[in-house]
Write a protein that binds this ligand. Structure first.
Ligand code: ADP
Ligand code: ZN
Length: 620
């Protein structure tokens, strides 16, 4: 059987996605490989398919116990013999697993990096037939990243200690150049096939909502998406508790997660979320590491996060199954204050004052970039991609900003007033003072610094503070003004020569104040949108069956079949095993295990709803 046939047999998919085949072919030809692909692109299959085709065992080194367990469950469901060895097992269980492994029972074994130093494990590995070592989350090897794991450095010694060098393959979603170089060097990959696919997650719809009534937004949104699974991130525990209470009072099936809860409760709440018992979770950023749940339909940030890195990682937990999902950031100016406070109060023990200064500057810069993301009127997707070093050409037409309606206004005269005002300050003051001065605010602080005697005092008094703020940000964007990157954010003049030309205009794009309803954020159609109401009835029935099976098997529902697979069943209405096997996500093993039960539900539905169409597509 070739790779394609194995893909069909075990995973029920017809074709490979971008990059997968190249990596698989390289491995099958005996070469090392490095794949850098975004979350949800399908990295696992790139080593799992070769693993079943190579003669010996594949060892997968993975940093998180929960991820390993999930992967092993999913593999066993697909009919691939796999196991994990980690600290969640007793000594006796580990001995037993190694015994079975020696007998060649497993094709894939997941281990934590620490295991590579264990005497028993090394003993096992030296006499076993190991075809490949796969390093998952390979960025953990790099000291540049935030996820550095010193034990990852042991991998290379371990590989060297083996009598015969196996193929080494490495996988990560982290795309920065430093990390890539680190992985290649530290892991000592030999003439590897390197595949880097685009960083973009096309199924994610990004939007920034500037709202005062965040609570109402969240309540409306969650109610409109009642059957969907979502994560709501808050900056502080207190925010988590408040929002959790509020949603509970509204009758939402919701849980919470933060470091202030005891371990038991955290575990319970996390499991309830993963197993779809409570579809919504409100959490701090302590939540999410090692969560592989594929059907998270939305991630709302109740507060602005501290960096683009964190935002991309947290928002990226939406839509791992490739289905359209929303990443919404609720922004208010207060978020900046909260984050500054949190950063100021970070634990800096063990660091020299020089190091602290460097970190503080870096934090301030990252925060500023995040703020720009929240304030930009440009394409949000491009802002993200650009930050991570990917070249972008035109707006994506599929993010909150690209889909907004704008009005363009000529603010050239007003811009000149702003510049005059900054000139009058001689570059000594920040945004608040410049703003207050221009709108002619009656504030003690302005009198104190004397800007109430400026010529520009009150020059733009017919505008609101937020309008002028937008204008100032635009001027910074265009380089007419420069804002210092330290905590003071002092405004200075940039290159203003262009403005002396009569033909230069400063155009401000302002959003048409059409109040968008919280539930009606746009975005590409979801697969469920293709279902008619009859189709939904079937979808619900199949979901119910999936929940029952999940309970019987002690597995998360998405490991049985994901939503996409169920929706395809609703649309194609397979009535026998052969038709069932045509559904993406139905492999041979799952067909044998569950096929009949799902078929029974579909056949039943057909009897009751003979005439009804289940999908709104044109007859296919
Ligand atoms: P990653 O590890 O890159 O985040 P996963 O390996 O978890 O991504 O894959 C994400 C999802 O995509 C899974 O549900 C997986 O079954 C699915 N998938 C992977 N490869 C394919 C493919 N060739 N065709 C269809 N679905 C695929
Ligand atoms: Zn866009």
């Amino acid at each position: 059987m070739d790779a394609r046939q194995n893909l069909k047999k075990y995973f029920g998919y017809e074709s490979f996605r971008e990059g997968q085949e190249k990596i698989i072919n390289a491995i099958l030809a005996g070469r090392d490989a490095l794949a850098i692909m975004p979350t949800g692109a399908g990295k696992s299959i790139c080593y799992q398919i070769p693993a079943v085709m190579l003669s010996g065992i594949t060892l997968v080194i993975s940093p998180l116990i929960s991820l390993m367990m999930d992967q092993v469950k999913a593999l066993n469901e697909a009919g691939i013999r796999a196991a994990f060895i980690n600290s969640s097992l007793s000594e006796a269980q580990i001995a037993k697993a190694l015994q079975l492994a020696e007998k060649g029972v497993y094709k894939i074994i997941y281990v934590a990096p620490e295991r590579l130093e264990s005497h028993d494990f090394i003993h096992f590995a030296r006499q076993a037939d190991i075809s490949m070592i796969t390093v998952d989350e390979a960025h953990c090897i790099s000291q540049w990243g935030q996820d550095f794991r010193p034990s990852y450095l042991k991998i290379i010694e371990f590989v060297k200690s083996l009598p015969k060098r196996p193929i080494v393959s490495a996988f990560t979603a982290t795309a920065t150049q430093e990390v890539k170089v680190d992985i290649l060097c530290v892991l000592n990959l030999i003439e590897p096939e390197v595949v880097v696919t685009g960083f973009d997650r096309k199924n994610l719809f990004y939007s920034v909502e500037k709202r005062k009534d965040k609570d109402r937004f969240v309540i409306e949104y969650v109610e409109k998406h009642a059957k969907e699974s979502g994560i709501i991130y808050c900056a502080t525990r207190k925010n988590v508790d408040n929002l959790f209470m509020l949603l509970s009072k509204q009758g939402v099936s919701v849980n919470r997660y933060h470091a202030g809860l005891d371990k038991e409760e955290r575990k319970q709440n996390q499991d309830d979320f993963i197993y779809d018992r409570t579809p919504v979770i409100v959490a701090t950023n302590a939540f999410g590491m090692g969560i592989d749940k594929s059907n998270v339909r939305y991630v709302i940030h109740y507060n602005m996060p501290q960096s683009m890195e964190s935002y991309y990682q947290e928002a990226g937990r939406a839509g791992r199954d490739g289905e359209t999902s929303q990443c919404i950031l609720l922004f208010s100016a207060q978020d900046i204050m909260i984050n500054k406070f949190l950063l100021e109060n970070k634990d800096f023990s063990d660091l020299s004052s020089e190091e602290i200064e460097i970190i503080k500057q870096r934090d301030a810069r990252r925060l500023k970039i995040m703020e720009n993301y929240c304030r930009t009127n440009g394409c949000l997707r491009n802002t993200i991609l650009d930050y991570f070093g990917e070249k972008v050409i035109k707006p994506c037409d599929n993010c909150g900003n690209c889909m907004k309606d704008y009005k363009k206004i000529d603010m050239t005269e007003e811009a000149k007033q702003v510049i005059n005002c900054v000139a009058e300050t001689r570059g000594r003051y920040g945004l608040t003072i410049v703003l207050g001065t221009l709108i002619g605010a009656n504030r003690a602080r302005l009198k104190e610094v004397g800007t109430n005697r400026y010529k520009t005092y009150g020059a733009l008094k017919k505008y609101s503070e937020s309008q002028i703020r937008e204008l100032i940000y635009e001027l910074i964007n265009q380089g007419y003004l420069i804002q210092s990157e330290d905590q003071y954010g002092v405004l200075k003049l940039g290159d203003i020569s262009k403005l002396q030309d009569e033909n230069t205009h400063v155009i401000l794009k302002v959003t048409e104040e059409k109040i968008q309803e919280a539930g009606k954020l746009k975005g590409k159609q979801r697969n469920t949108d293709k279902l008619t109401s009859a189709g939904y009835v079937l979808f619900d029935a199949l979901r119910k069956l999936r929940t029952d099976i999940a309970r019987e098997e002690g597995l998360p529902p998405y490991i049985i079949f994901n939503d996409k697979t169920l929706i395809e069943m609703c649309i194609k209405l397979p009535l026998d095993e052969e038709a069932m096997l045509d559904i993406a996500g139905v492999g041979v093993n799952k067909l044998q295990k569950y096929g009949q039960r799902f078929l029974a539900v579909i056949v039943d539905f057909k009897k009751m709803h003979q005439e009804d169409k289940t999908s709104i597509q044109d007859d296919a």
